[in-house]
Design a protein around this ligand. Structure first.
Ligand SMILES: C[S@@+](CC[C@H](N)C(=O)[O-])C[C@H]1O[C@@H](n2cnc3c(N)ncnc32)[C@H](O)[C@@H]1O
Length: 236
């Protein structure tokens, strides 16, 4: 894999960002996400697993997990942490799994980072057995183009309906993080799911569970959802 791939280049930053206690927003939403997930089936694919935190949550909940990512460094970090039962280096748009291999697929904050969402979702549907469940999280399309000004107002940059490339650098509590991906309107995710034969069965716009101390920066996201979660069932 070329180191030009954003997540491979910034794998070290990401690992430190997500593994530093009380730093990434994930930890403020994780309990609600655990409750949103469908119960374990027989085999779960964690698509775009990164360093493995979602795989570890799924394993803890009783899922038998295959962890997969396009970044060799992140997949290696997931494996070193004993996150899953199995690991596969793979592009979400060309998965190296047979049809109907899984009855659960989870993609946590991945689809906004892939260039071709319809291709990735079609692959999810292909590897998901009929009746299987796909769970996805993305940064909420309404929030994705927003910043919060000094008086706490949301300011939208650019054109929501057109979307476009997203790129940002952030330094917080001494840690750097480079973000890169695509802002997409909500209908593009729904179109991709519908075209692939996946029917949405549940939707959640979670509120942060706490906004104190290190998470005080999440206060505005009690008024506007930072994430969008969907469960979708493969039509039998
Ligand atoms: C924001 S991180 C989320 C990682 C993990 N799901 C988590 O929540 O910790 C996005 C992940 O998507 C992966 N990714 C991006 N494009 C991908 C692609 N085309 N195929 C597979 N994984 C991809 C990146 O390597 C990275 O691990």
């Amino acid at each position: 894999m070329s180191t030009d791939f954003h997540w491979e280049r910034y794998a070290g930053e990401w690992i430190e960002w997500v593994r530093t206690p009380d730093h990434d927003a994930f930890w403020v939403y994780v309990q609600q996400f655990r409750e949103f997930l469908p119960p374990p089936g027989s085999h779960t694919l964690d698509l775009g697993c990164g360093e493995g935190r979602v795989s570890r949550e799924l394993t803890d909940l009783g899922h038998r997990v295959t962890a997969s990512d396009l970044s060799p460094s992140l997949l290696e970090a997931a494996e070193r942490a004993g996150s899953a039962a199995d690991y596969r280096l793979a592009d979400a748009a060309a998965l190296p799994f047979a049809d109907d291999s899984f009855d659960r697929v989870v993609a946590y904050n991945v689809l906004m980072d892939v260039p071709d969402v319809p291709a990735a979702v079609a692959e999810v549907a292909r590897v998901l057995a009929p009746g299987g469940e796909f769970t996805m999280s993305v940064v909420h399309p309404f929030a994705d183009r927003c910043t919060v000004d000094d008086s706490g107002r949301f300011v939208m940059a650019g054109d929501y309906l057109t979307g476009g490339v997203f790129s940002a650098a952030e330094t917080r509590a001494g840690l750097d993080m480079h973000w890169d991906g695509w802002s997409r309107p909500l209908h593009e995710y729904f179109d991709a799911l519908t075209s692939a034969g996946l029917a949405v069965t549940a939707m959640r716009e979670p509120k942060p569970e706490r906004v104190d101390g290190p998470y005080s920066g999440l206060e505005p996201w009690r008024r506007m959802p930072l994430f969008l979660w969907l469960n979708a069932r493969h039509r039998a």
